[in-house]
Design a protein around this ligand. Structure first.
Ligand code: ATP
Length: 245
Protein backbone atom coordinates (compact mmCIF):
# COMPACT_ATOMS: atom_id res chain seq x y z
CA UNK A 1 0.00 0.00 0.00
CA UNK A 2 0.98 3.64 -0.34
CA UNK A 3 -0.64 6.58 1.37
CA UNK A 4 -1.87 8.89 -1.38
CA UNK A 5 -4.12 11.15 0.65
CA UNK A 6 -4.51 12.12 4.28
CA UNK A 7 -7.68 13.70 5.61
CA UNK A 8 -7.37 15.44 8.97
CA UNK A 9 -10.75 16.15 10.45
CA UNK A 10 -11.41 18.49 13.40
CA UNK A 11 -8.29 17.38 15.21
CA UNK A 12 -7.79 18.83 18.68
CA UNK A 13 -5.06 18.17 21.24
CA UNK A 14 -4.90 19.25 24.86
CA UNK A 15 -1.98 18.75 27.21
CA UNK A 16 -3.66 19.18 30.60
CA UNK A 17 -5.25 22.61 30.33
CA UNK A 18 -2.94 23.64 27.46
CA UNK A 19 -4.72 23.63 24.10
CA UNK A 20 -2.10 22.78 21.51
CA UNK A 21 -4.62 22.29 18.66
CA UNK A 22 -8.24 23.38 18.65
CA UNK A 23 -9.93 21.70 15.71
CA UNK A 24 -7.78 21.52 12.60
CA UNK A 25 -9.14 20.11 9.33
CA UNK A 26 -6.85 19.65 6.38
CA UNK A 27 -6.23 17.46 3.33
CA UNK A 28 -2.81 16.35 2.14
CA UNK A 29 -2.26 14.96 -1.34
CA UNK A 30 0.43 12.77 -2.92
CA UNK A 31 3.09 14.52 -5.00
CA UNK A 32 2.90 17.71 -3.00
CA UNK A 33 4.97 19.42 -0.33
CA UNK A 34 3.10 21.11 2.48
CA UNK A 35 4.93 23.72 4.54
CA UNK A 36 3.47 23.85 8.03
CA UNK A 37 4.22 27.35 9.26
CA UNK A 38 3.41 29.37 12.35
CA UNK A 39 4.93 31.19 15.32
CA UNK A 40 6.41 29.33 18.31
CA UNK A 41 3.83 27.32 20.20
CA UNK A 42 1.32 27.36 17.31
CA UNK A 43 0.92 23.56 17.39
CA UNK A 44 3.03 22.57 14.37
CA UNK A 45 5.09 19.85 16.05
CA UNK A 46 1.96 18.51 17.73
CA UNK A 47 0.21 18.21 14.37
CA UNK A 48 3.25 16.47 12.89
CA UNK A 49 3.26 14.07 15.86
CA UNK A 50 -0.42 13.29 15.27
CA UNK A 51 0.24 12.66 11.56
CA UNK A 52 3.05 10.25 12.53
CA UNK A 53 0.51 8.38 14.76
CA UNK A 54 2.88 8.80 17.74
CA UNK A 55 0.67 11.46 19.35
CA UNK A 56 -3.01 10.69 19.88
CA UNK A 57 -5.42 13.54 19.29
CA UNK A 58 -7.79 14.42 22.14
CA UNK A 59 -10.59 14.53 19.57
CA UNK A 60 -11.02 14.39 15.81
CA UNK A 61 -9.67 11.88 13.28
CA UNK A 62 -6.94 11.34 10.76
CA UNK A 63 -7.80 9.13 7.80
CA UNK A 64 -4.98 7.69 5.70
CA UNK A 65 -6.12 6.77 2.19
CA UNK A 66 -4.69 4.13 -0.09
CA UNK A 67 -6.47 4.56 -3.41
CA UNK A 68 -10.07 5.15 -2.44
CA UNK A 69 -10.04 3.24 0.84
CA UNK A 70 -9.30 4.78 4.22
CA UNK A 71 -7.04 2.68 6.44
CA UNK A 72 -6.54 2.37 10.13
CA UNK A 73 -3.05 3.21 11.38
CA UNK A 74 -1.72 -0.34 11.83
CA UNK A 75 1.92 -1.53 11.58
CA UNK A 76 1.81 -1.81 7.80
CA UNK A 77 0.61 1.78 7.51
CA UNK A 78 3.26 3.01 9.96
CA UNK A 79 5.96 1.56 7.71
CA UNK A 80 4.70 4.01 5.06
CA UNK A 81 5.51 6.97 7.30
CA UNK A 82 9.05 8.41 7.39
CA UNK A 83 9.97 10.89 10.10
CA UNK A 84 12.89 13.27 10.38
CA UNK A 85 12.65 14.71 13.88
CA UNK A 86 14.86 17.18 15.76
CA UNK A 87 17.37 14.50 16.75
CA UNK A 88 18.91 12.99 13.59
CA UNK A 89 18.96 9.41 15.01
CA UNK A 90 22.22 8.27 13.45
CA UNK A 91 25.16 6.57 15.14
CA UNK A 92 28.32 8.67 15.19
CA UNK A 93 30.67 5.70 15.33
CA UNK A 94 29.18 4.20 12.18
CA UNK A 95 29.72 5.40 8.62
CA UNK A 96 26.79 6.56 6.51
CA UNK A 97 26.65 3.19 4.79
CA UNK A 98 26.81 1.28 8.09
CA UNK A 99 24.08 3.48 9.59
CA UNK A 100 21.75 2.78 6.67
CA UNK A 101 22.55 -0.94 6.70
CA UNK A 102 21.89 -1.05 10.43
CA UNK A 103 18.49 0.65 10.14
CA UNK A 104 17.60 -1.44 7.09
CA UNK A 105 18.25 -4.56 9.19
CA UNK A 106 16.08 -3.14 11.95
CA UNK A 107 13.23 -2.54 9.49
CA UNK A 108 13.73 -5.99 7.94
CA UNK A 109 14.52 -4.58 4.50
CA UNK A 110 16.20 -7.14 2.22
CA UNK A 111 18.91 -6.58 -0.45
CA UNK A 112 19.77 -3.11 0.69
CA UNK A 113 23.23 -2.66 -0.91
CA UNK A 114 22.20 -0.95 -4.15
CA UNK A 115 19.45 0.97 -2.37
CA UNK A 116 21.94 2.51 0.08
CA UNK A 117 24.07 3.85 -2.76
CA UNK A 118 21.04 5.17 -4.62
CA UNK A 119 19.72 6.89 -1.50
CA UNK A 120 23.03 8.53 -0.66
CA UNK A 121 23.19 9.75 -4.27
CA UNK A 122 19.64 11.08 -3.97
CA UNK A 123 20.33 13.07 -0.80
CA UNK A 124 23.69 14.22 -2.17
CA UNK A 125 26.08 12.82 0.43
CA UNK A 126 29.45 12.88 -1.32
CA UNK A 127 30.95 9.41 -2.03
CA UNK A 128 34.21 10.17 -0.17
CA UNK A 129 32.34 10.75 3.09
CA UNK A 130 30.25 7.59 3.00
CA UNK A 131 32.89 5.33 4.52
CA UNK A 132 33.86 7.76 7.30
CA UNK A 133 32.39 7.72 10.84
CA UNK A 134 29.39 10.05 10.75
CA UNK A 135 30.60 11.93 13.86
CA UNK A 136 33.11 13.60 11.52
CA UNK A 137 30.30 14.99 9.33
CA UNK A 138 29.19 18.59 9.13
CA UNK A 139 25.66 19.41 10.24
CA UNK A 140 24.50 19.42 6.62
CA UNK A 141 25.96 15.99 5.98
CA UNK A 142 24.29 14.60 9.12
CA UNK A 143 20.97 16.02 7.93
CA UNK A 144 21.40 14.36 4.54
CA UNK A 145 22.17 11.06 6.20
CA UNK A 146 19.14 11.51 8.48
CA UNK A 147 16.98 12.16 5.43
CA UNK A 148 18.36 9.02 3.75
CA UNK A 149 17.47 7.06 6.89
CA UNK A 150 13.94 8.48 6.87
CA UNK A 151 13.62 7.48 3.20
CA UNK A 152 14.96 3.91 3.61
CA UNK A 153 11.61 2.16 3.63
CA UNK A 154 10.34 4.33 0.74
CA UNK A 155 7.73 6.20 2.79
CA UNK A 156 4.71 7.60 0.99
CA UNK A 157 4.22 10.10 3.83
CA UNK A 158 7.37 11.95 4.87
CA UNK A 159 7.26 14.23 7.92
CA UNK A 160 10.11 16.62 8.74
CA UNK A 161 10.45 18.84 11.80
CA UNK A 162 12.77 21.82 11.28
CA UNK A 163 15.09 19.98 8.87
CA UNK A 164 17.02 23.15 7.95
CA UNK A 165 18.15 24.04 11.48
CA UNK A 166 21.89 24.62 11.60
CA UNK A 167 22.40 24.36 7.83
CA UNK A 168 24.04 27.07 5.78
CA UNK A 169 22.30 28.30 2.63
CA UNK A 170 24.07 25.76 0.43
CA UNK A 171 23.18 22.90 2.75
CA UNK A 172 19.59 24.05 3.02
CA UNK A 173 19.26 24.37 -0.76
CA UNK A 174 20.67 20.86 -1.25
CA UNK A 175 18.21 19.43 1.29
CA UNK A 176 15.33 21.25 -0.41
CA UNK A 177 16.38 19.75 -3.77
CA UNK A 178 16.37 16.28 -2.20
CA UNK A 179 12.83 16.93 -0.92
CA UNK A 180 11.78 18.03 -4.42
CA UNK A 181 12.89 14.61 -5.71
CA UNK A 182 10.84 12.81 -3.04
CA UNK A 183 7.81 14.93 -3.88
CA UNK A 184 8.24 14.33 -7.61
CA UNK A 185 8.21 10.58 -6.92
CA UNK A 186 4.66 11.01 -5.58
CA UNK A 187 5.09 11.13 -1.82
CA UNK A 188 3.26 13.44 0.55
CA UNK A 189 5.88 15.64 2.20
CA UNK A 190 5.09 17.79 5.24
CA UNK A 191 7.73 20.17 6.55
CA UNK A 192 7.55 22.18 9.77
CA UNK A 193 9.93 25.08 9.36
CA UNK A 194 10.67 28.71 10.07
CA UNK A 195 13.08 28.81 7.13
CA UNK A 196 10.89 30.22 4.36
CA UNK A 197 13.88 30.89 2.13
CA UNK A 198 14.92 27.24 2.15
CA UNK A 199 11.47 25.79 1.57
CA UNK A 200 9.94 28.47 -0.70
CA UNK A 201 10.78 26.99 -4.09
CA UNK A 202 9.53 23.48 -3.32
CA UNK A 203 6.40 24.41 -1.35
CA UNK A 204 3.14 24.05 -3.28
CA UNK A 205 0.80 23.81 -0.29
CA UNK A 206 1.05 26.11 2.69
CA UNK A 207 -0.70 25.89 6.05
CA UNK A 208 -0.35 28.59 8.68
CA UNK A 209 -1.12 27.63 12.26
CA UNK A 210 -1.63 30.14 15.04
CA UNK A 211 -2.61 29.35 18.60
CA UNK A 212 -3.69 25.86 17.66
CA UNK A 213 -5.81 26.91 14.71
CA UNK A 214 -5.36 26.69 10.98
CA UNK A 215 -5.59 30.40 10.13
CA UNK A 216 -4.67 30.09 6.46
CA UNK A 217 -4.31 27.43 3.81
CA UNK A 218 -3.27 27.92 0.22
CA UNK A 219 -2.41 25.61 -2.66
CA UNK A 220 -0.44 26.55 -5.68
CA UNK A 221 -2.58 26.13 -8.79
CA UNK A 222 -1.01 23.64 -11.20
CA UNK A 223 -0.76 26.14 -14.06
CA UNK A 224 1.22 28.65 -12.01
CA UNK A 225 3.78 26.18 -10.74
CA UNK A 226 7.44 26.91 -11.32
CA UNK A 227 9.92 24.22 -12.25
CA UNK A 228 10.32 23.04 -8.66
CA UNK A 229 6.56 23.52 -8.21
CA UNK A 230 6.72 26.14 -5.51
CA UNK A 231 5.80 29.65 -4.42
CA UNK A 232 9.31 31.01 -4.15
CA UNK A 233 10.65 32.80 -1.10
CA UNK A 234 9.14 36.25 -1.63
CA UNK A 235 5.58 35.04 -2.16
CA UNK A 236 5.73 32.56 0.71
CA UNK A 237 7.11 35.19 3.07
CA UNK A 238 4.42 37.70 2.11
CA UNK A 239 1.71 35.08 2.56
CA UNK A 240 3.11 33.97 5.91
CA UNK A 241 3.39 37.42 7.46
CA UNK A 242 -0.07 38.38 6.24
CA UNK A 243 -1.58 35.54 8.26
CA UNK A 244 0.78 34.73 11.11
CA UNK A 245 1.61 38.17 12.54
P1 ATP B 1 7.73 25.73 17.96
O1 ATP B 1 7.77 26.53 16.70
O2 ATP B 1 8.17 26.55 19.15
O3 ATP B 1 8.42 24.41 17.88
P2 ATP B 1 5.10 24.50 17.62
O4 ATP B 1 4.27 25.30 16.69
O5 ATP B 1 5.76 23.29 17.07
O6 ATP B 1 6.17 25.45 18.31
P3 ATP B 1 4.04 22.73 19.63
O7 ATP B 1 5.40 22.26 20.03
O8 ATP B 1 3.15 21.82 18.90
O9 ATP B 1 4.16 24.11 18.84
O10 ATP B 1 3.31 23.21 20.97
C1 ATP B 1 2.00 23.75 20.99
C2 ATP B 1 1.60 24.03 22.45
O11 ATP B 1 1.48 22.80 23.15
C3 ATP B 1 2.64 24.84 23.19
O12 ATP B 1 1.96 25.74 24.05
C4 ATP B 1 3.40 23.83 24.00
O13 ATP B 1 3.87 24.38 25.21
C5 ATP B 1 2.34 22.76 24.27
N1 ATP B 1 2.92 21.40 24.33
C6 ATP B 1 3.51 20.73 23.31
N2 ATP B 1 3.91 19.51 23.70
C7 ATP B 1 3.57 19.40 25.01
C8 ATP B 1 3.70 18.36 25.99
N3 ATP B 1 4.26 17.19 25.70
N4 ATP B 1 3.23 18.62 27.22
C9 ATP B 1 2.66 19.80 27.53
N5 ATP B 1 2.47 20.80 26.65
C10 ATP B 1 2.93 20.62 25.41
Amino acid sequence: MAIDRVAISKVAKRYGTERALTGVSLELAGGSLCALLGPNGAGKTTLLGILSTLVRPTSGQVHYHDGAAAREPDDELRREIGVLAHAPLCYGELTAIENLEFFAGLYGLPDIGARVTALLDEVGLEPRARTRASRTYSRGMVQRLALARALLARPSLLLLDEPFTGLDRGGAAALARALAVVKAAGAIVVVVTHDLEAIGDVTDHVCVLRRGQLVHEDRRPEARRQIAGGYGYAELRELYHRHAD
